[in-house]
Design a protein around this ligand. Structure first.
Ligand SMILES: Cc1cc2nc3c(=O)[nH]c(=O)nc-3n(C[C@H](O)[C@H](O)[C@H](O)COP(=O)(O)OP(=O)(O)OC[C@H]3O[C@@H](n4cnc5c(N)ncnc54)[C@H](O)[C@@H]3O)c2cc1C
Length: 352
């Protein structure tokens, strides 16, 4: 039997960030992933937007999560010798005068002062883009090239002999003295980071996910060239010479297959502000691990202390993963209490 400290199931954002956070504390991990091509993490645009544009409020816990996320991915760039995280302003295009006024008023409120700019601008070609009420930008935002980072990080794990490509089979879990074993490995705990596939986990199937499928296009234009990210009911993000454009939100369909309806919906949204020919390069879909109360899911199984979960990163995995992985490490290594609003104990009555 090979011995590790922790087995982590899933090498999406949650599993990868957690694996590194544990390795930094000198813990021996084994990450198991079946390498599904369309995982939420791999299709995500990777945007870190500190502002909720609809209501013009700060994103949840932004002051705590944003600096830590940026530091985490910058450290990964040094560790893995490549660039994955890029600062980029996100321009909000106003739909009318009222929305523009609301932005101006909000940009002077102290809690948004550091996050959004008060200047109304016209930075894009007005022939090719329709935005008569102007635009204004976020001051601190960026994006992670999620698929690139995950691939490089997987190679790092492989070199450390800390990764296997395998479907995790729940029937092979055995509870042993002081821990748990699976498929020839023994560990203190197994930590599940399966994203939406957690609904198939017999130990955690009581967690109240409210999953959201998302479809995203890679597009280009005949003439239009843009260097910044844009939001107008959907986001447009310059990406490797093309643009990511998305995303849809669908609460009824839970597979990773892109649909004609999804594509049509996105192209209609693009047509609302782009007056140029749109060329579709790629079309993908993934399922976001969103939760009924929109908060992450962290904690230890109520009956089997050898099993834990780190999931529910929802629509904001890039920003949330590093901060909450730290909380998870605190729980596992020091038994530090979790904040109530992310602790799975809030759903305990559903586990019986
Ligand atoms: C279209 C779209 C756009 C998005 N855009 C953004 C964005 O701009 N910014 C942002 O922050 N977030 C975005 N998100 C959300 C983000 O993708 C999620 O918050 C995050 O990726 C969730 O990561 P995860 O690791 O929990 O889950 P996942 O990415 O689903 O990873 C789970 C992993 O577990 C593996 N796995 C599951 N079960 C098993 C098993 N039994 N055996 C072995 N392996 C298993 C899977 O193969 C997978 O690799 C977007 C999501 C979508 C769908």
């Amino acid at each position: 039997m090979k011995e590790v400290d922790y087995i982590i199931v899933g090498q999406g954002l949650a599993g990868s960030v957690l694996a590194y956070s544990l390795m930094k504390e000198n813990q021996k991990v084994l990450v198991v992933d079946e390498e599904a091509e369309s995982s939420s993490s791999r299709v995500a645009a990777g945007l870190c937007n500190p502002v909720v544009f609809k209501r013009l409020t700060q994103s949840w816990m932004i002051d705590a999560v944003f600096p830590l996320a940026k530091e985490f991915y910058r450290n990964q760039e040094v560790l893995l010798g490549d660039n994955f995280y890029f600062d980029i302003p996100i321009y909000k295009l106003f739909i009318d005068q009222k929305e523009q006024e609301f932005w101006k008023q909000k940009s002077n409120e102290p809690h948004l002062f550091d996050w959004i700019d008060d200047k109304i601008e016209h930075p894009f070609d007005e022939e090719l883009m329709n935005y008569p009420f102007g635009a204004a930008k976020t001051l601190q935002s960026g994006f992670l090239k999620t698929a690139d980072w995950l691939e490089k990080f997987r190679n790092f794990l492989l070199i450390k002999e800390a990764y296997i490509n395998n479907k995790f089979d729940y029937d092979k879990i055995e509870f042993i003295e002081d821990g748990v074993s699976w498929n020839g490995y023994s560990a203190k705990k197994i930590i599940f980071c399966e994203g939406y596939q957690s609904i198939n986990n017999p130990y955690f199937d009581w967690l109240p996910f409210k999953l959201t499928k998302g479809e995203i296009l890679t597009i280009n234009f005949k003439n239009l060239k843009i260097d910044h990210a844009i939001n107008k009911g959907a986001f447009l993000l310059p990406f490797n010479g093309n643009y990511k454009f998305g995303a849809t939100y669908n609460w009824d369909d839970f597979d990773n297959t892109p649909t004609e309806e999804g594509k049509e919906q996105l192209l209609k949204r693009a047509a609302r502000f782009i007056n140029d020919e749109v060329i579709v390069v790629e079309h993908k879909a993934g399922v976001r691990p969103t939760v009924l109360d929109r908060r992450p899911l962290l904690g230890v199984h109520p009956k089997h202390k050898e099993l834990a979960v780190f999931n529910g990163l929802g629509t904001k995995g890039v920003m949330l993963a590093p901060y909450f992985a730290d909380k998870m490490v605190g729980l596992i290594l020091e038994n530090t209490e979790l904040p109530d609003e992310v602790n799975i104990d809030r759903f305990l009555e559903k586990s019986n």
